[in-house]
Design a protein around this ligand. Sequence first.
Ligand code: ZN
Ligand code: ZN
Length: 368
Amino acid sequence: MKAVRWFGRRDIRIDDLPEPKVGKGEVKVKITWSGICGTDVHEFTDGPIFIPVDVPHKLTGQKAPIIIGHEFGGYVVEVGEDVKSVQVGDLVAVMPLMSCGKCIFCQENRPNLCPDAAYRGLMGDGGMTEFIVVPEKDVQKFPEGVAPELVAFGEPFAVAVHALNRVGGVKGRSVSVVGAGPIGLIVAKVAEHLGAKPVIIFESDIGRRQCAKRLGFSHVFDPHNKSDREMFRALTNGLGTDVTVDAGGSAIIFEPAFPVAGLSSLQISFDITRPGGQVVLVAIHFPQIKLNMATFLSSEKSLFASWLYLPEEFEQGVKVIVELADWVPKLITRKIFIDSIVEEGLLELELYRAKHIKILVTPHHEFL
Ligand SMILES: [Zn+2]
Ligand SMILES: [Zn+2]
């Protein structure tokens, strides 16, 4: 079977590998679609970041070359002995998070904090291939009749659900999202779906602002623009939002994704949050950033870090995807066959990042 493997920086190859065999309690999935994440692009252009190269990962025993892709799913084509929750023909999203199951964090149901946690597509083989075998507990079933593209959104929706759960939910609260990349747009949509009001997006790139408007968001502001900032104040009674999610971040070696007069997206997030409000950090800031701690102190805002998700949030995310089944495909800006992953996928995103939301990859011609 074809598999996209990361060998090193700027060295991604399409290899021919044997199909994995299903064991007891496992499920074999024929992958329909896999989303390309910004992390995949960074591993390609600047890696290794998360991919182990010298020492095999403790949990997976794997190191490069590794099959990339952590936003994926497909149809169940074979089930092992004792598998009960899914059957052949079911459409499922695969949860990429794996953990040891034994440590204190796993026992407290916080596997995202497991010191040995691994991610399919980074520390273990992922979804940019024709088939994958995973434990039954790591697949989440979709109802019959939904589009097979939706499976590629399980992971980013779980990330969004976790971010909003971190602050105790957003129903009836005002929410700002800083940064209108794929995660920012998904967080904003999930917040709206869960009853947040109003939901406001801040984005400095005009292309991305237009894109957010096309996706149906009505409050999309440019942080550089004075009248936008005034509209924001009017919308939030001059106070700022109850909750702000920083989905901007800064890419390694690149310019910050959200540069506003030298302010990080996290500082902007603090500045637009009401006193006593909550800020959620979803974006990764690789370089150290400066924050104004004096105003942070005197305004008693809280900062919540949000890392990955919990298994039940992956399930919750799939439920939200199904409820938003008409909206989610609007996030797809290109669909490609696995053979052109580098030219039409990774290089395209490296060069024209702001032009795209999600590029999906399929390893089977029948889905294209
Ligand atoms: Zn990702
Ligand atoms: Zn653990």
